[in-house]
Design a protein around this ligand. Structure first.
Ligand code: NAD
Length: 250
C-alpha cells in the first residue's frame, strides 16, 4: 500500500518548482492532490500531468495572502476530493533589495505571501485535520535560519514560518495534528531567477555563504523529504525544522 493512498493532500504553490514536485510525488504515492496556485494555468498543467499518469488531482486558483481566496479554494478542494489530511505550504515569493530603499509594498507582499499566507492556509485546513487527524508541512528556507544580505523581508518571513510551525505544533500536538517545517537551501526552480538581480551597489561576496559546495538541490530531492515528513513514517515528528540545504546553515 502506498503511503498516501486515498489521502487528500493540499499543496499551495503547486504549479511550479517544489510545489509541483511535491504534488507529483504525493500523487505518485496514491494521494488525491489539490494543486493550489496564484497561476491557475500552472496549477492546471500539474493536475493534468498527474491525471495523465493515472493519479487524482484538481487545480484551484488561490492567493494565499487573501483569507477569502484561501477559504474558497480549500472549501472547493474539500468538497470535490474529500477531507484534507495533508497540507504542504509551498507558495512563496521574494527578491533581493537594499533594505533602506525597499518599497513598503514589496515588504508587505513578501510578508503577506510567505508568512501570513502560510498561517492562512493552516487556519483554513486545520478544522479538517482536527476532524480525524492529519499534518502540515510548511516550507521555510535556509533564509529563516540565518541572515542574508539584501533579503530582510524574505529572511524575516521565513524565520516567522519557522516559529509559526513550532507554535502550531505545540497547540495541536494533543489533538492528532502534527506540524513540521522543511527548510531548503538553493533549489533549481524558476524562483532562483527572481534572486539573480542584485540591488544597486550590492557586494556579491556577501552572498557567498548561501552557496553550498554541493550546488543546488533538485526539487524532487526536497519533495521526497516532505513526503517522508507528511507520511505515517514521520509519526513521531512534530515541531521539527528539517534543513535540506547542502550544509550552509551548519
Ligand atoms: N528555490 C529556492 O532556492 C528556494 C530555497 C529555499 C526555499 N524556497 C521556498 O520554496 C518554496 C517554493 O519555491 P520554488 O523554488 O518552488 O518557487 P517557484 O517560483 O518555482 O514556485 C512558487 C509558486 O508559488 C506560487 N505563488 C506565489 N505567490 C503566491 C500566492 N500569493 N498564492 C498562491 N501561490 C503563489 C507561484 O505562482 C509559483 O507557482 C517557496 O516558499 C520558497 O520561498 C525556495
Amino acid at each position: 500500500m502506498a503511503r498516501f493512498d486515498g489521502r487528500v493532500c493540499i499543496v499551495s504553490g503547486g504549479g511550479s518548482g517544489l510545489g509541483r514536485a511535491t504534488a507529483l510525488r504525493l500523487a505518485s504515492e496514491g494521494g488525491h492532490v489539490a494543486v493550489l496556485d496564484l497561476a491557475l494555468e500552472s496549477a492546471t498543467r500539474v493536475a493534468d500531468e498527474i491525471a495523465a499518469s493515472g493519479g487524482t488531482a484538481r487545480a484551484y486558483q488561490v492567493d494565499v495572502a487573501d483569507p477569502k481566496s484561501v477559504r474558497a479554494a480549500v472549501d472547493a478542494a474539500a468538497t470535490a476530493l474529500g477531507r484534507p489530511q495533508v497540507l504542504v505550504s509551498c507558495a512563496g515569493t521574494g527578491r533581493f533589495a537594499n533594505s533602506h530603499e525597499m518599497p513598503f509594498e514589496d515588504w508587505q507582499r513578501i510578508i503577506a505571501v510567505n508568512l501570513t499566507g502560510t498561517f492562512l492556509m493552516a487556519q483554513a485546513v486545520l478544522p479538517h485535520l482536527l476532524d480525524g487527524g492529519g499534518n502540515i508541512v510548511n516550507v521555510a528556507s535556509n533564509a529563516g535560519l540565518m541572515g542574508i544580505a539584501y533579503s530582510a523581508a524574505y529572511c524575516a518571513s521565513k524565520a516567522g514560518v519557522v516559529n509559526l510551525t513550532r507554535a502550531l505544533s505545540d497547540e495541536y500536538v494533543k489533538r492528532g495534528v502534527r506540524v513540521n517545517c522543511v527548510a531548503p537551501g538553493g533549489m533549481a526552480t524558476p524562483f532562483q531567477n527572481t534572486f539573480r538581480e542584485l540591488p544597486p551597489g550590492a557586494d556579491p561576496t556577501s552572498l557567498g555563504k548561501i552557496r553550498s559546495a554541493l550546488g543546488m538541490a533538485e526539487p524532487d530531492e526536497v519533495a521526497a523529504l516532505i513526503a517522508f515528513v507528511a507520511s505515517d513514517e514521520g509519526r513521531y515528528m512534530t515541531g521539527a525544522i528539517v534543513s535540506i540545504d547542502g550544509g550552509i546553515t551548519t
